[in-house]
Design a binder for this molecule. Structure first.
Ligand code: FPP
Ligand code: MG
Ligand code: MG
Length: 379
């Protein structure tokens, strides 16, 4: 698998420790903990792509190398020159293990995966999904009530691991991910992104019962904001966090790492949304290990549909037809290709950022390749 090849992550001890450490790191002695741990471990044990921690690890390595390069060749900007003492740098670098990634940076990668998995557990409740990663979902086994608690439990253990890093700015940065995931999921339920124009929560309906009046460009803006919050923030803020741990005061590097993560995250979501229209429902769902080709049926308007029409009225009349007809019209319009082109602009920007990092160990190139490889994804 390309990610394994590029990241060489099987050699990274933190990855091997991740599944155990992720959940068993708490100190709770209460009788419920073992049962909760069993539920919480379910998705970790099924593997998954580990895409988020891989990006975080590679970005950690690339940033550490860049900090070294800046130290060796002099810092380029006056602000950067004033920002950090070589002693502070030295102390940070001494913490790096053989993989050139500090324990604290490896913890960020683990926490990124834990937050992601917690959000999947809750997402499967919201989406009433009975499968995940090729087998029954947490809610499929234990029901919704237990699944909500299992997601909370993973988040609690992730928070404890985050606090052990002991850096207030990093804690705030990673906590922002949790807020953004919730906001993104909430934005996704807004009427502008719903095929029937109705808010999908009862409280929403009580407050705003009028039908939605939106422009196509408003909907596109909302779709991108939703994608930034629901998907890109996790990449953006875990990359920012590992950059902060590479050099606490190099704000240029923090922004660069964060921008890479944001663009990769957007490319990732856009490709996912194109695939949702490109694949056929049932047979491809089996291959994916989760329900696919379902965005529309689940009441969600995404990029391909918005890019398939040229006006609000065209969208409105398309939405009055059947899901099968909408899917066919989207495919015929070339909107999946346009969605992929938009993803490509983000992936290329990410790749440029990654190659600008002076990492002699190839981490920057691996990050660039990972960004561009997204574009080849067909499932
Ligand atoms: C998958 O989306 C879901 C997410 C990326 C985020 C879900 C976020 C929440 C449920 C908010 C709660 C957050 C936390 C941290 C507990 P999807 O349904 O489009 O994708 P899928 O096909 O993988 O199900
Ligand atoms: Mg889902
Ligand atoms: Mg969902």
């Amino acid at each position: 698998n390309i990610i394994d090849q590029l990241a060489g992550r099987d050699r990274i001890p933190a990855f091997m420790r991740m599944r155990q450490a992720a959940i068993e790191s708490g100190d709770s002695a209460v009788a419920a903990a073992p049962t909760m741990e069993r539920m919480a471990r379910l998705y970790f044990e099924r593997g998954g792509k580990l895409f988020r921690p891989t990006i975080a690890m590679l970005m950690a390595s690339a940033c550490n190398q860049e900090v070294l390069a800046r130290g060796a060749h002099g810092r380029s900007s006056a602000a950067a020159a004033a920002s950090v003492t070589s002693m502070a740098n030295l102390q940070q670098l001494q913490q790096h293990d053989d993989d050139d990634i500090s324990q604290r940076q490896a913890a960020i990668a683990m926490i990124a995966e834990m937050i992601h998995v917690a959000s999947l557990v809750h997402d499967d409740v919201i989406d009433e999904a009975s499968t995940r990663r090729g087998a029954p979902s947490v809610n499929g086994y234990w029901g919704n009530k237990m699944a909500v608690l299992a997601g909370d439990f993973i988040l609690a253990r992730a928070t404890q691991a985050l606090c052990r890093i002991g850096d207030a700015r990093v804690i705030a940065t990673m906590a922002k991910i949790i807020e953004d995931l919730v906001v993104g999921e909430f934005l996704q339920m807004s009427p502008e992104l719903s095929p029937d124009g109705n808010e999908q929560t009862t409280n929403f309906k009580d407050q705003r019962s009028s039908p939605v009046h939106s422009s196509l460009s408003d909907r596109l803006t909302l779709y991108i904001s939703k994608s930034e919050a629901k998907t890109a923030s996790l990449f953006e803020n875990s990359c920012r966090s590992v950059a902060m741990l590479a050099d606490a005061s190099d704000v240029d590097l923090h922004s660069l790492a964060a921008a890479y993560g944001r663009h990769v995250g957007l490319a990732f979501q856009l490709i996912d949304d194109a695939i949702d229209y490109e694949l056929e429902g049932e047979e491809d769902s089996d291959a994916a290990g989760k329900p696919i080709a379902v965005d529309l049926e689940q009441g969600l308007i995404t990029g391909p549909l918005l890019l398939a029409v040229s006006s609000e009225s065209e969208l409105a009349s398309l939405l009055r037809t059947s899901p099968a007809a909408i899917r066919e019209a989207v495919r015929r319009s070339g909107a999946c290709e346009r969605t992929r082109e938009l993803a490509a602009t983000h992936a290329r920007t990410a790749a440029e950022i990654a190659t600008s990092l002076r990492s002699s160990n190839g981490a920057g190139d691996a990050l660039a390749n990972l960004a561009l490889k997204q574009l080849e994804r067909r499932s």
